[in-house]
Design a protein around this ligand. Sequence first.
Ligand code: NAD
Length: 248
Amino acid sequence: MLLKDKVALITGGAGLNGLGFATAKMMAAQGARVVLLDLERADPAGAAAQLGPQHLGVVADVTDKASCERAAAEVLARLGRIDILFNNAGITQPRKTLDITGADYDAVLDVSLRGMLYMSQAVIPAMREQKSGSIINTSSVSAQRGGGILGGPHYSAAKAGMLGLGRAMAREFGIDGIRVNAVTPGLIATDINKGLIPEDRMKGILEQIPLNRIGEPADVAGCVVFLASDLAKYLTGVTLDVNGGMLI
Ligand code: NAD
């Protein structure tokens, strides 16, 4: 098993159709104890119960530093360590540049980019003490192509920021045995984009994807499990483009 006895904390992990929960299932199958961190309305405890009794659900808001610190402290108190942090919480807003308000901008950047910083700050001291850790960040193909169908330009900015912040962290914490990598999913069938793609646009979208299909959450989960595991132990600061070939 690739993740035997590892403790994995997944933000935005409680949506049963999402990338976080698909990754949680795969990590659990590889021997990890998984902590699903999410907003109260997403019911992280209920989602964790579906994985099995050794897994935990924690309510936290990644935009709130104190909430992130409380969540990390709870996990350390209950499970003793944190080996893997999957910064996966995110929100989208379909907007055009001229329509983005300050509040829109804050909301989108706060969840993806500020959340990544606060959660990383909350777990890195423990990883440093362990002299090992793997942090994986969910960016997006929107960071690389700009805009996109669903996210909005501020979403592209937030997700591009995650790549820069992640590379800087990879440089800073390599000496402590902490690896920091990213995935940039293409279009994946989850709740975040459900109903947002009109049928008549689907053909055009598929023409841009050489593998000729929308991705499944498990397509991303497999890459995250790889990055989290010792198979990737000499990888840091890399980005895996999980997009069916969209950027070729
Ligand atoms: P999702 O909506 O199922 O997952 C997002 C999760 O984040 C939800 O469970 C939500 O409750 C949680 N969340 C939102 N705000 C939060 C906060 N303040 N604190 C804690 N949790 C919070 O959608 P998904 O597609 O699984 O998205 C997962 C990640 O993948 C997101 O970062 C998204 O931007 C990214 N992504 C998705 C796609 C796609 O096509 N689905 C493509 C590229 C990137």
